[in-house]
Design a protein around this ligand. Sequence first.
Ligand SMILES: N[C@@H](CCC(=O)N[C@@H](CS)C(=O)NCC(=O)O)C(=O)O
Length: 243
Amino acid sequence: MIPLILYDISSKLEGNHWSPNPAKPRYVLGHKSLPFRVEWVEYPDIAPKMKEIEARQNKLMDRDMYTLPVLSDPNTGALVTDSLEIAEYLEKTYPQKPIFPNKSRGLIRAFDTAVISLLRPGVKLPIVRTSEILDERSAKYYITTREATFKEKFTEFSPEGPKRDENWAILERMFSTSQEWYDKEVGKWLMGDVFSYADIIIAAVLFWFKRVLHDDEWEKIASWHDGRWAKLLVDVEKECNGA
Ligand SMILES: N[C@@H](CCC(=O)N[C@@H](CS)C(=O)NCC(=O)O)C(=O)O
């Protein structure tokens, strides 16, 4: 089998990976034991590179734009944009070790939307921290585009004080809600004993936080709810063969 190619966003971090949406297909590939290699792209190069390989654009906040992850599968000729589309493509093409068990594709799509809407109001501190781990050219692009998206100066995103405190409160609420969902079944996964893409969605957020937040900030999240989030990330990474 020819290794698949996953397009991911580069950083200055050791090991490079940091971005939550590309982390999702990486986990799926690992879970299904599919061979793959990563093609690293800097932020300002995403659009030209994706145009060059003829990837399709994505819809982001009602705007057509080139986004990562994109997956190229030389075994079938498929070129897929969007983490959830990639997950569905991989499930259909490589059905071993399912990630949408019990016909859960629709429900997990709804879960993805629910997680994004809980997370979106709390992303400003993680965004500030992300700008610190990108190379200079990517950081400049990232800051300018995020200021335009949120219509706010970057220095106002999460200054220490009430705004930062409110950001933490939003994140804690998101994980409290997730805890209620997880506690409905016995077992370490959202579906009890059955691992699914829903766990990958939560793990990808945790992965982003762990990689970009300062140590004391990640420790704070890791300590919430008796350390269950740090443990969930470890469990998912194990289930995905360390991908
Ligand atoms: N719904 C998409 C969202 C992907 C997305 O937002 N990607 C961001 C990075 S995490 C991106 O590529 N942004 C391009 C840009 O800001 O120019 C997915 O799940 O793949």
